[in-house]
Write a protein that binds this ligand. Structure first.
Ligand SMILES: N[C@@H](CCC(=O)N[C@@H](CS)C(=O)NCC(=O)O)C(=O)O
Length: 218
C-alpha cells in the first residue's frame, strides 16, 4: 500500500447536531477525506483523551503517527487554520474567536437557565441581547453581505450557522419555551448569513435537509 500524502480524519461524536456540528461543516468545507464514528457510550469514554467528545483523529501521512485532539473549539480552529477557513490576519481571527466564545457561553448557561436555576435566566437574557446587538452591528459593518468577514465563507459563518442548528435542536428537546427567544436573534442580516452558508456549494451534502432547524426561514 502506498503511503497516503494527504491527511484523512475520523471525527468522533454523538449522532446529534451538538457542539460537534461546526467541525462536521468545517471538515466538509475543507474538502478533506473524513468519516464520522459514533462511539458506544459510556463504554468508549475511557478511551478518549479527556473522557468526552468530540474527538478528532488525523490519520498520519506516510509513517507519521496519528494526531488526536479534543475540545470542540481547539478542533474547529485546527481544521479552520489548516484549511484556510480562518482569516490569516491575526486580529480578524481573534474577532472571530471572541464571538465563538460568547456564543458558547450562552449555550453553556442555557442549561442552567432552562432548569430555572436562580439568576441564570437573567444572565442568559443579558448575554443573548448583547449577542443580538453585536451580531447585527458586525454584519452591518461588513456590508450586510451574508458574511462576517470579507465576502466569503469563513470559520465564524460556520459557527453561527451551527449554533442556530444545534441550539434550536437542543432547546426544542429540553426548553421549548426558549426557541422563540433564540429565533429572535435572526435579524435580516443573520438570516442572510444562514442562507449564504446553506447555499455554499461545498456544504450541500450536509446542509440540504437543515430547514427543520431554522424555523425563521419558513
Ligand atoms: N468543553 C468540551 C465539552 C465536551 C462535552 O461536554 N462533551 C459532552 C457531549 S456534548 C460529552 O462528551 N458528554 C459525555 C460525557 O461527559 O460522558 C468541548 O467543547 O468539547
Amino acid at each position: 500500500m502506498f503511503p497516503s500524502e494527504k491527511p484523512s480524519y475520523i471525527f468522533k461524536y454523538f449522532a446529534v447536531p451538538g457542539i460537534g456540528e461546526a467541525t462536521r461543516l468545517l471538515l466538509t468545507a475543507a474538502k478533506v477525506n473524513w468519516v464520522e464514528e459514533n462511539p458506544e457510550w459510556p463504554q468508549e469514554k475511557p478511551n478518549q483523551p479527556f473522557g468526552r467528545l468530540p474527538v478528532l483523529i488525523e490519520k498520519g501521512t506516510g509513517d507519521g503517527p496519528d494526531f488526536v485532539i479534543c475540545e470542540s473549539a481547539a478542533i474547529e480552529r485546527y481544521v479552520a487554520r489548516k484549511y484556510g477557513l480562518m482569516p490569516s490576519e491575526p486580529k480578524e481571527a481573534s474577532r472571530q474567536e471572541q464571538l465563538r466564545e460568547q456564543i458558547f457561553d450562552i449555550v453553556n448557561i442555557s442549561y442552567a437557565a432552562a432548569k430555572g436555576a436562580e439568576g441564570f435566566k437573567a444572565r442568559f437574557d443579558e448575554l443573548l441581547a448583547k449577542l443580538k446587538e453585536v451580531l447585527a452591528m458586525e454584519l452591518k459593518n461588513n456590508g450586510s453581505n451574508g458574511h462576517f468577514t470579507g465576502d466569503k465563507l469563513t470559520y465564524i459563518d460556520i459557527i453561527i450557522y451551527s449554533f442556530f442548528k444545534f441550539f434550536i435542536f437542543n432547546l426544542k428537546a429540553y426548553a421549548p419555551e426558549y426557541v422563540d427567544v433564540v429565533v429572535g436573534l435572526a435579524t435580516p442580516d443573520v438570516v442572510k448569513l444562514i442562507l449564504a452558508v446553506k447555499a455554499d456549494p461545498c456544504l450541500q451534502s450536509r446542509v440540504a435537509n437543515d430547514d427543520q432547524y431554522f424555523p425563521f426561514l419558513a
